[in-house]
Design a protein around this ligand. Structure first.
Ligand SMILES: Nc1ncnc2c1ncn2[C@@H]1O[C@H](COP(=O)(O)OP(=O)(O)OP(=O)(O)O)[C@@H](O)[C@H]1O
Length: 247
């Protein structure tokens, strides 16, 4: 599904070049829920932005299915972003002037795919995420949890290959964080969604199949959940992060 190989990315600030990603390799299989953790400045958002095609890479390969992203031109990248990727942001970014249903439909409208089946697809997602009764309401009239579910439904409306989430629980209390993670898990079990999430939150990460820990622009360690209980997996993640701090 997603394969990143030996990815390098640097930023030029004045005359100085800062190398941020120094050969990152990882993969995410179809239907997997994978988190990226790591200290501030380790390159997590940069990695996500490279995969999202928001910033060019210096070298290395990013493949989505059979498509090598570096070979795409601007139009093809825009189409890929609109149609094959779904995005969930920290503050969810719902448009206040649109109803819940129209917010969910927005990527399809942008992609010019406003066919007859679109309302049905939106209604089906509302059903999956328990927001059918608020379809006609506006963001100011719904709860925080309903906003989150609307944003995740919007990320899924184009039936994307991959959902990219940047700190989706970053601003939330633990109850709301849990609701976001439950919605992702539901998206995976009911719709087969593949999710790649950057997070600082070991609780959120402990629901994933695998956690990739970045340090100084490389993958320091990958920890698999396997058959572990969620709490044990979270302890292992916290131990790993502590151990990394000591090295
Ligand atoms: N546009 C940019 N120009 C120059 N340097 C940048 C730019 N964006 C990020 N950086 C630098 O690259 C490094 C990695 O940033 P990045 O945002 O990827 O880290 P992060 O792991 O997501 O951090 P955090 O957890 O704090 O969000 C940091 O040192 C940051 O200052």
């Amino acid at each position: 599904m997603l394969t990143v190989e030996n990815l390098h990315k640097s930023y030029q600030v004045g005359k100085t070049t800062y190398e941020v990603l120094k050969g990152v390799s990882l993969s995410v299989g179809k239907g997997e829920f994978v988190a990226v953790m790591g200290p501030s400045g380790s390159g997590k958002t940069t990695l996500l932005n490279c995969i999202s095609c928001y910033i060019p890479v210096d070298s290395g390969s990013i493949r989505l299915g059979e498509t090598e992203l570096s070979r795409l031109d601007e139009n093809e990248l825009a189409a890929l972003r609109n149609q094959r990727l779904g995005f969930v942001f920290q503050d969810f970014l719902l448009l206040d002037g649109l109803s819940v249903r129209d917010n969910i439909l927005l990527p399809r409208i942008i992609a010019g795919r406003s066919d007859q089946s679109m309302e049905e697809a939106a209604d089906r997602l509302c059903g999956v995420f328990g927001i059918s009764h608020i379809r006609g309401k506006y963001p100011a009239e719904i709860s925080g949890g309903e906003k989150q579910r609307t944003a995740i439904a919007r990320a899924l409306i184009n039936n994307p290959l991959l959902i990219l989430a940047d700190e989706p629980t970053g601003n939330l209390d633990s109850k709301s964080s849990r609701a976001v993670i439950d919605t992702f898990r539901q998206a995976r079990s009911a719709l087969g969604a593949t999710i790649f999430m950057v997070t600082h939150d070991s609780f959120a990460a402990s629901f994933c199949d695998r956690v990739v820990i970045l340090r100084d622009g490389v993958v320091w360690r990958t920890i698999e959940r396997g058959e572990k209980q969620r709490g044990d997996f979270q302890d292992e993640l916290l131990d790993g992060i502590r151990e990394m701090g000591k090295e």
